[in-house]
Design a protein around this ligand. Structure first.
Ligand code: DO4
Ligand code: MG
Length: 275
């Protein structure tokens, strides 16, 4: 079952049929410990037949914070070691990849997050930028994973590579995060064979494509959540990006007008143009 926040209300898609949910509050919904059961209850007895208009879809975020895990795939470890070797930051990435404690950082709020169909940004003081396609968890205030969405952790690699202490500036700026299109609501873990794919189009031509699978994710999503919730309260729940396993070659940087398409099959496709 998938849940969408749209300009004209909330829509549940279940078995190919769409249902509208009236009178619900987004933050209260996302805070449900068993969102799946709550949506079942809300659509019970309703007639399907609603139409989900892609142009109406909003980012599936309210008051929740977006956090992110880093260096959770071998490819991310290698790319970070390479970009920061002149700054002496290389060994940090190697160590965090195999440490028990994961890298977790604050990524975004609703005001910095764009929906599928919206425009992500490159910051003006950076010349080397990439999208990071990431499976993103919806986590309830009690720390239960209740859903999955697609995230783009836009990143300025030159700023991050110059000094690891610049990470917040490389990661957190206006329109640096995209989430959506909707939330796959499920209490079950995703199949490890689930694939994450990205395609970047420039003037209609593919300039980069890549894919990975959750089998490559070094950390268990629930363990990432347990670390995030240590001495940290999320009264509205939160989103947790699980890291990227796809990094374009060092010669690649995003340009204005590029179209970024990230697909995780059971969730959908997150599509954003670069402003
Ligand atoms: O340590 C830097 C950021 C890592 C990250 O965002 C990722 O691996 O996805
Ligand atoms: Mg990332």
């Amino acid at each position: 079952m998938r849940l969408f926040r749209t300009e004209s209300g909330f829509v549940v898609e279940d078995g190919g049929q769409c249902y509208r949910i009236a009178g619900a509050d987004w933050d209260a919904l996302l805070a449900q410990a068993d969102l799946h059961a709550e949506l079942r209850r809300l659509i019970a007895g309703q007639k399907p037949g609603e139409v989900l208009e892609a142009a109406e879809i909003l980012a599936p975020i309210g008051q929740q914070e977006v956090w992110a895990a880093g260096v959770t795939y071998y490819r991310s470890r290698g790319a970070r070691m390479e970009e920061s070797k002149d700054a002496g930051g290389g060994s940090f990435y190697d160590r965090v990849y195999s440490a028990e404690r994961p890298e977790l950082f604050f990524k975004s709020t609703a005001s910095r997050t764009v929906a599928s169909g919206g425009k992500v940004r490159i910051r003006a003081d950076s010349a080397w930028n990439v999208p990071e396609p990431e499976l993103t968890l919806l986590v309830s205030p009690g720390g239960h994973i209740t859903g999955y969405t697609i995230g783009n952790d836009m990143s300025s690699r030159d700023i991050e590579g110059e000094n690891p202490l610049y990470l917040p500036q490389a990661k957190v700026y206006s329109a640096s995060c995209a989430l959506g299109p909707g939330i796959l609501v499920s209490n079950e873990p995703l199949d490890p064979s689930t694939e994450i794919a990205i395609e970047i189009l420039r003037q209609g031509e593919a300039v980069f494509s890549g894919q990975t699978a959750l089998t490559e994710l070094k950390r268990d999503p629930q363990t990432l959540v347990e670390y995030l919730f240590r001495d940290n309260a999320f009264p509205q729940g939160c989103f947790l990006m699980t890291g990227t396993g796809i990094v374009p070659p060092s010669s690649f940087t995003l340009a204005s007008g590029d179209l970024i398409r990230i697909t995780i099959e059971p969730i959908g496709t997150l599509e954003n143009e670069v402003a």
